[in-house]
Design a protein around this ligand. Structure first.
Ligand code: 9D3
Length: 249
């Protein structure tokens, strides 16, 4: 997987190249990143990349010409389909992540200020993607979220331990609670014990408990996910037990 990122702030991308799973995957050559700065494609003394909006109003708009030169240079170097990160895009989800993974090369266009001259978007953008209904300061963090989500799906990107966790993940449900040492925390009179079943060594019971917790928490916190998902007979039974124990039905 190769990403070409058009950005006025290339230094921000150290967040994905310098730490964690994405850094290790980069070191293993499972993906590549090249940034392209539109400032480097300006020709005037002030290296201007924005100007005032026609029609008036607050803020500035990114100029088409420097972005066109930047995207042309990236394309000449073999860059892929152009994705514009923008609040007007379709909201990113797991299905989109998997579709993006299937493209060997992607160009991510990051906007700043109020946005980009629409005529540049008409000629260059293949797809527009948003993270959701809240205001970010620009497209860079959104591009990094997209890259992180895609890179961790590249075969070999996750360590063995982590990919085992992903495999056993009950798809379409929230996680069950996690606990680690000590068994009692805090270590005083009103400390909280971990659920006894997790100490039982009874793996079938533990699996059932986790599935029940996943179903119950999803039902309480994300009913939209339950509505979208078919429940097996066992899952329906476990959810009913959870609801009865929680005293909510
Ligand atoms: C406060 C500015 N808004 C005026 C109504 C419009 C606006 C312009 C530019 C809001 C945000 C931005 C910059 N945002 C992004 O580039 C962005 C984004 C986002 O803000 N939310 C969710 N996903 C994304 S992807 C790119």
């Amino acid at each position: 997987m190769r990403f070409d990122v058009v950005t006025l702030f290339p230094e921000m991308f150290a967040a994905v190249t310098a730490s964690g799973i994405t850094r290790r995957a980069l070191e293993q050559s499972l993906w590549q990143l090249q940034t392209w700065n539109p400032r480097d494609f300006t020709t005037d003394h002030y290296r201007t990349i924005d100007d005032r909006p026609y029609g008036g109003g607050p803020g500035m708009v990114m100029l088409a010409e420097p972005l066109q030169k930047t995207l042309q240079a990236a394309q000449d170097a073999g860059a892929g389909r152009v994705v514009y990160l923008s609040p007007q895009g379709k909201k990113l989800d797991h299905a989109m992540v998997m579709r993006l993974l299937s493209e060997s090369r992607l160009t991510l266009l990051c906007g700043r200020y109020e946005g980009i001259d629409e005529r540049l978007l008409h000629r260059w953008v293949d797809e527009e993607i948003s993270l959701g209904d809240y205001v970010l300061s620009g497209g860079e963090l959104a591009a990094m979220v997209l890259m992180d989500a895609v890179v961790r799906q590249i075969p070999g990107a996750l360590g063995d331990a982590q990919s085992a966790i992903e495999e056993s993940f009950v798809s379409g449900l929230l996680d069950a609670p996690h606990y680690t040492r000590p068994e009692l925390w805090p270590a005083d009179a009103d400390g909280e014990m971990i659920p006894a079943v997790l100490l039982s060594g009874h793996h079938a019971q533990i699996r059932r408990w986790r599935l029940k917790q996943s179903l119950g928490r999803t039902w309480q916190r994300r009913p939209d996910l339950i509505a979208d998902r078919k429940l097996s007979a066992e899952e329906q039974q476990l959810l009913a037990e959870y609801q009865k124990e929680a005293g909510v039905v």
